[in-house]
Write a protein that binds this ligand. Structure first.
Ligand SMILES: [Zn+2]
Ligand SMILES: [Zn+2]
Length: 195
């Protein structure tokens, strides 16, 4: 189980100073983000004067917007290469998982989309080094849907010996409700692993 982002304290150093310095002297500071607004508060990390509106509460105390963001970036942002790597991992798990289910356990597709969704989410989480970026949730949805479509095409080919766009289209429409539930469930479970 990955640590929740709030508990991921690896990036915080100890002895980071007091959370907030409250001046006893009358406020003569000016908020670094709101010129002209007087304040007596400072960011607990960089010491910039900040007004009440600019304070961001973090697990280690009050921070200015910049300091709070610097700490959030490593977990919440994923570069395109990471997203691509995670997406491929998720797509492989999704395509293989759904192909096996559609061929051998077709009647249980809906139920089995739950563990497949979880596995896709886990693969994407692992492939991205446990990132929590929003782009990975979109990637997870795409991996589930594309993987299920690929699997449907493969099982159809194995069953009837050929595939055409028209044939795949007909089967998709005939199984629309099941496939929609499979896609929604799988996506929801995959995303649950990425929050
Ligand atoms: Zn700061
Ligand atoms: Zn401000």
């Amino acid at each position: 189980m990955p640590l929740s982002p709030m508990l991921d304290l690896g990036v915080y150093r100890q002895g980071d100073g007091p959370t907030m310095v409250q001046d006893t002297s009358p406020p003569t500071l000016e908020c670094a983000f709101h010129p002209g607004r007087e304040t007596s508060l400072r960011c607990g990390r960089c010491g910039k004067p900040i007004c009440v509106k600019c304070i961001v509460q973090t697990p280690v105390g009050a921070r200015c917007k910049e300091c709070a963001q610097v700490r959030a970036l490593p977990t919440y942002r994923a570069d395109p290469l990471t997203v691509a790597r995670a997406g491929i991992a998720g797509l492989i798990v999704s395509a293989v998982g759904f192909t096996l289910v559609f061929i051998f356990f077709r009647a249980f597709s809906m139920w089995l989309s739950i563990p497949i969704g979880l596995a896709v989410g886990e693969a994407i989480s692992f492939g991205s080094n446990r990132k929590r970026a929003h782009s990975l949730q979109t990637t997870a949805a795409a991996a589930v849907v594309i993987g299920a479509l690929l699997a449907e095409t493969v099982q159809l080919y194995l069953r009837v010996g050929y595939v055409s766009v028209a044939l795949v289209g007909r089967v998709l429409i005939a199984d629309l409700l099941t496939l929609a539930i499979v896609a929604v469930l799988g996506t929801a479970l995959a995303i649950s692993r990425l929050r």
